[in-house]
Write a protein that binds this ligand. Sequence first.
Ligand SMILES: [Zn+2]
Length: 340
Amino acid sequence: MYATVMHGPGDVRYEQVSDPRIEKPTDAIIKLSATCICGSDLWPYRGLSERNGPAHMGHEYCGVVVEVGSEVKTVKPGQFVVGSFCLSDNTCPHCAFGFHSSCQQGEFMTGAQAPYARVPLADGTLVATVEMPDADMIPHMLAVSDVLGTGWYAADAAQVRKGGTVVVVGDGAVGLMGVLAASQMGAERIIAMSRHATRQQLAREFGATDIVAERGADGIARIMDLTDGVGAESVLECVGMGESMDQAMGVCRPGGAIGYVGVPHGVSFDGQKLFFSQRRMLGGPAPVRRFLPDLMDRVLKGAIRPGKVFDLVLPIAQVAEGYRAMDERRAIKTLLRVDE
Ligand SMILES: [Zn+2]
């Protein structure tokens, strides 16, 4: 089959690779219904993370099971499934504690920007629906796999509560999903930091009550002003840069919580400053598996439409243009069609 391979920074190709096959008895092979490009795929694309040779890209997926290994029990061929970008056994102590992204057997999904993909640890990673979802549900189900799951985790880690005040730092796809999550969790005030008109509009659709376009010290001052000098009790950091983390710290009230889900690049903390600021912090790769059944249910009931975050749809053969569009910020997030 053809699949997406990154050969180096800026060099993404749709090219011939060997077909995925069952390698372990706990594997499943799925036929993708759709796939997409993640903001985190842009780190290697921009040469900002280590790479050893060509990489099979893609970790966001939903589709139909076509084959399972001999030990797979919970999913079977013909079922529609969504899985997390973090593969997990769903049985070890960390999974049982809700932190599937630190699973003792865990690894990261790869190779999903393709028509077919191998999903290791299928029983602990995939969740099947009762019925085959309608085609118009696919973008929303796909979003659950990572981008919504990650935004949800940011809100969960930031302890968003009913009636609370929330600040979301970052207007990328994950930040926008963080706004949606905070809204679903009943936050009364959701302040989204965004400078871009189209992203501001989407943030409002997802539930933002206030938009702050200023950045850095000005952005912090504006939010302190909006919160009567107190700050927010829940802050979602959805970027991963030094400046965005400083903003998150700067707008969080003492005793408040910061959920940080942007992979840190150039972020460091001063121990004394952290000590006296009294902020709670929880971050890391999202344990999406914990949230999957609930989020899939919300999508299927029509309560949320997270797939609105996809503002560019391309056939997968044009995946290179999908990366370019996101790199140049012409697109928030690219959905790749895999129908042949
Ligand atoms: Zn586990």
